[in-house]
Design a protein around this ligand. Structure first.
Ligand code: TXA
Ligand code: MG
Length: 319
C-alpha cells in the first residue's frame, strides 16, 4: 500500500477502471470484482507490489497466489501448457477455472507469487469489469481473495472494506459477484491427468467427461500446496454447527430449502443461488449478536460440493 489510509471506491466505468489501472501500474493494491469473489490485485511482476498483498492480508508467505491473465495466449507466457491444460483453457476460459501448471523459466513473476514452487496457478476471469481492466494493462495480476487471511471471502465491496478499509488503495464497486465461491482449482500433471485442489463453480466430474477424464486423476501431490485447503479457513470467528435442522438457543441460523433461517441460502433449494449467497450469509452471521452459527444441510451436488467444502473449513476452529 502506498502509505495512505484512505481506500478509494471506484465506479466500474471507464474512468474508474483507468484509475485502477494507473494505481496497479505504480505498484498499488486494488480490490477487483471477478465472477467468483473480489480479488485483491497487484502486478504479479513486481516484488514490492506482491509483498503488499501479503502484508495487507496478513497472509502466510507459503501460500501462493493465483495469476490473473487475459486469455490462454497470455497465460502461456507464464506457465507450460500441455494438451490437457490447453484444452481446459480453450474450453473454460474466461471463467471460474484455475489451472496449476509448471512455471515457465522465462515467466519473470515475483518469486512470492508462487511462494517458491515450481508451478503457477493461472486463470482468465470472465467478469466484464475485470476483463476490461486486464485489456488495459500490460502485466498480469496476482490476486487472492480480498479478505484478511483466514476470514470469510468477499462477494461485495462492503465485505472488502469490512476487513481491508485503509489497508488498500482502492476497490472497484461492481456490486455483488455472481458465482459467489472461489474458482475450481485443478492441478494438471505431465501425463495430462488432473487433480482437484479446490472444488468450485465448475463440476469436476463434468470436466472429466468433457476433457477426457479416463486418464484418471493426477498423481497426488505429496505436499499440501493449496492452503485454501487448510483445515480451518473462511472462519467467521464463532462456533459453527453443520447439518442443522433448526435453531438452538443463541444460534444464528443459515437456512437452505425447507429449513428457513435468519439468512436463507436458497428457499427453493437451488445450489447455484446458495453459492451466490453463501459468503453474504456468513458475513451477516459473523456480524450478528448471536454467539453461535448453525447451517442447514446443503446437498453434495454441483456447486454444493464447494459450499460444503467451505462450510466444513468455516466450522473448524483455528489452532
Ligand atoms: O476465484 C478465485 O480463485 C479467487 C478470485 C479472486 O480469482 N481467488 C482466490 O485466491 O480464491 P486465493 O488466494 O484465496 O486462493 C488461491 C488458492 C490458494 O489455496 C493457493 O494455495 C492456491 O490457490 N494456489 C496458488 N498457487 C498454487 C500452486 N502453484 N499450487 C497449488 N496451489 C496453488
Ligand atoms: Mg482466499
Amino acid at each position: 500500500m502506498s502509505d495512505k489510509d484512505v481506500t478509494e471506491v471506484l465506479a466500474p466505468d471507464a474512468q474508474g477502471i483507468a484509475r485502477a489501472a494507473a494505481l496497479l501500474d505504480s505498484g498499488g493494491l486494488v480490490a477487483v470484482p471477478t465472477e467468483t469473489v473480489y480479488g485483491l490485485a497487484a502486478r504479479a511482476d513486481d516484488a514490492d507490489a506482491v509483498a503488499r498483498i501479503y502484508a495487507a492480508k496478513g497472509r502466510p508467505g507459503f501460500n501462493p497466489l493465483i495469476v490473473h491473465v487475459r486469455d490462454a495466449a497470455h497465460a502461456a507466457l507464464f506457465g507450460d501448457f500441455g494438451d490437457r491444460a490447453s484444452a481446459l483453457a480453450a474450453g473454460e476460459w474466461p471463467g471460474p477455472l484455475t489451472v496449476v501448471v509448471p512455471l515457465r523459466k522465462e515467466a519473470r513473476l515475483a518469486d512470492a507469487v508462487t511462494a517458491g514452487l515450481p508451478s503457477v496457478a493461472l486463470r482468465a476471469p470472465s467478469h466484464p469489469v475485470m476483463r476490461t481492466l486486464l485489456e488495459q494493462i500490460d502485466f498480469p495480476l496476482a490476486a487472492p481473495s480480498a479478505n484478511r487471511s483466514g476470514f470469510i471471502s468477499p462477494t461485495t465491496p462492503a465485505h472488502v472494506l469490512a476487513s481491508l478499509d485503509g489497508r488498500i488503495d482502492a476497490v472497484i464497486d461492481a456490486g455483488a459477484t455472481p458465482a459467489g465461491v472461489e474458482s475450481t482449482i485443478l492441478r494438471i500433471d505431465e501425463a495430462g491427468g488432473f487433480e482437484e485442489l479446490r472444488p468450485g463453480p465448475l463440476d469436476v466430474a463434468a470436466l472429466r467427461i468433457r476433457y477426457g477424464g479416463d486418464t484418471g486423476a493426477a498423481t497426488p501431490s505429496d505436499t499440501i500446496i493449496a492452503p485454501g485447503q487448510l483445515a480451518s479457513h473462511y472462519a467467521p470467528g464463532k462456533p459453527l454447527r453443520l447439518h442443522a435442522k433448526d435453531r438452538a438457543a443463541g444460534e444464528y441460523l443459515i437456512g437452505f430449502g425447507a429449513v428457513e433461517g435468519d439468512c436463507t441460502l436458497s428457499l427453493s433449494g437451488d445450489v447455484t443461488e446458495a453459492a451466490a449467497r453463501l459468503y453474504d450469509c456468513l458475513h451477516e452471521a459473523a456480524r450478528s449478536e448471536r454467539p453461535r452459527i448453525a447451517v442447514a444441510p446443503v446437498p453434495e451436488r454441483g456447486v454444493g460440493r464447494a459450499i460444503n467444502d467451505r462450510l466444513r473449513r468455516a466450522a473448524t476452529p483455528p489452532d
